[in-house]
Write a protein that binds this ligand. Structure first.
Ligand code: PLP
Length: 391
């Protein structure tokens, strides 16, 4: 018998949300062959990579096969050209970073979990409920205590720290939020920053969906508020901006004046090999003017999908959040006490529409489903039509 295994892993629950959805959909598919399924469930992109990105990938791959172009292990922080391009991108929003403050990763998910390693023994993390499950799961796996604040219709899905009596060591904030699609305003962010400074907490700001913000007054980065430099780090990704969910690349921004910058650098040296050279070259292309235009065309396509979904839901007796600055819509039937899994099963069995049950994002998601606009336009139109007929 094996001894010393991580017993906290049993607190994670039966399975990762999307595996459970996939199993139920597979069961339905086997029992109902011939039914055309529409997936508005998992948050993976569907459009192919931009041409500029693909051209750079091909070129970089060829170069690796030449004596002059070959590269092996890279800098622990990532490719300098890419870090500079990211600094320039921040600069356009009035946020100033140097290249020692940017750390390239192989996608945001790993870093979002790994930040728990920055905490000492007994550290507690605070997450919004409902939340992107990775924050919760990573906290549990690394033996952290967990406290939650509820995002509800009453607080516009944007809970504030007002009245909170906990002093968490780590606070996960996601804006635009997965799964609710809610976006923090400058004022809302400021309240969290003030709270973090008072309680000595580190804010982990997940900006994976920042490219979807359409209102110019809303902050894309927590560092648009200079006070955040004392108490925050930011994790971002090329996944939803440039379609890198398979290619894998993102970054973490940590101000040099924060002790966390050195800790993170040291930790990378000990634990990570960095993102692949090819993914980093592709990311450089995604940040070039032509690449950016192509990426933003994709973002606009998904946001038009979100608009179509919202329009279809408007006449129904449902409450809807999101879909305006985020690719997700957070939906609940009004005046009915239907559970998330019941709503999921109803839409699957009556309409062949796959959604994500809100309760999978936390107890606060009970009764909700999440619709994703990362589908092809024809599926969005058909899915919206089917949902409108059922609800
Ligand atoms: N952060 C949020 C809020 C997400 O929803 C996701 C993926 O769905 C990620 C991070 C993961 O991004 P990446 O593909 O870069 O690991």
């Amino acid at each position: 018998m094996l001894r010393g295994l991580n017993s906290d892993m049993s607190r994670l629950g039966e399975s990762y949300l999307f595996s459970e959805v996939a199993e139920r959909v597979e069961k339905y598919r086997l029992e109902h062959p011939g039914v055309s399924l529409i997936s508005l469930g998992i948050g993976d992109v569907t459009l192919p990579l931009p041409c500029t990105v693909v051209e750079r990938l091909i070129r970089a791959a060829w170069e690796l096969g030449t004596p002059e172009g070959f590269v092996g292990y890279g800098d622990a922080r990532g490719d300098i050209e890419l870090r500079r391009a990211i600094c320039e991108r921040y600069g356009r929003r009035g946020v100033h970073f140097n290249e020692r403050e940017i750390f390239i990763n192989d996608g945001a998910k790993g870093d979002l979990g790994d930040v728990c390693e920055l905490l000492g023994v007994g550290g507690t993390t605070l997450v919004v409920d409902p939340t992107y499950p990775v924050y919760r799961d990573a906290s549990i796996i690394s033996h952290r205590g967990l406290c939650t604040v509820r995002a509800t219709e009453e607080n516009d899905y944007l809970p504030t720290p007002c009245g909170l009596e906990v002093e968490p060591m780590l606070i996960y904030l996601c804006s635009p939020a997965n799964p609710t699609g809610a976006v923090l305003t400058r004022e809302g962010l400021f309240e969290w920053i003030e709270f973090a400074k008072l309680s000595g907490s580190l804010i982990v700001f997940d900006a994976a969906y920042e490219a979807y913000i359409t209102d110019p007054t809303l902050p894309h980065s927590i560092f648009e508020l200079p006070e955040a430099r004392e108490c925050a780090l930011e994790i971002c990704s090329f996944s939803k901006y440039a379609g890198f969910t398979g290619l894998r690349c993102g970054w973490c921004a940590i101000p040099e004046d924060s002790p966390v910058n050195r800790m993170w650098h040291r930790r990378l040296g000990a634990r990570r090999g960095g993102a692949s050279h090819l993914a980093q070259q592709a990311a450089i292309a995604a940040l070039s003017p032509k690449g950016e235009a192509e990426c933003m065309e994709r973002v606009a396509y998904y946001m038009e999908n979100a608009r179509l979904l919202r329009r279809a839901l408007e006449p129904l007796d449902v409450s809807v959040c999101g879909g305006e600055h985020a690719p997700y819509l957070w939906v609940k039937q009004r005046g009915k006490s239907v559970s998330s899994w019941e709503l999921f099963e109803l839409l699957l069995h009556r309409g062949g529409v796959v959604t994500t049950p809100g309760v999978g994002f936390g107890e606060g998601g009970e009764g909700y489903i999440r619709l994703s606009s990362f589908a092809r336009r024809e599926d969005i139109i058909e899915g919206a039509h089917r949902i409108a007929e059922i609800l």
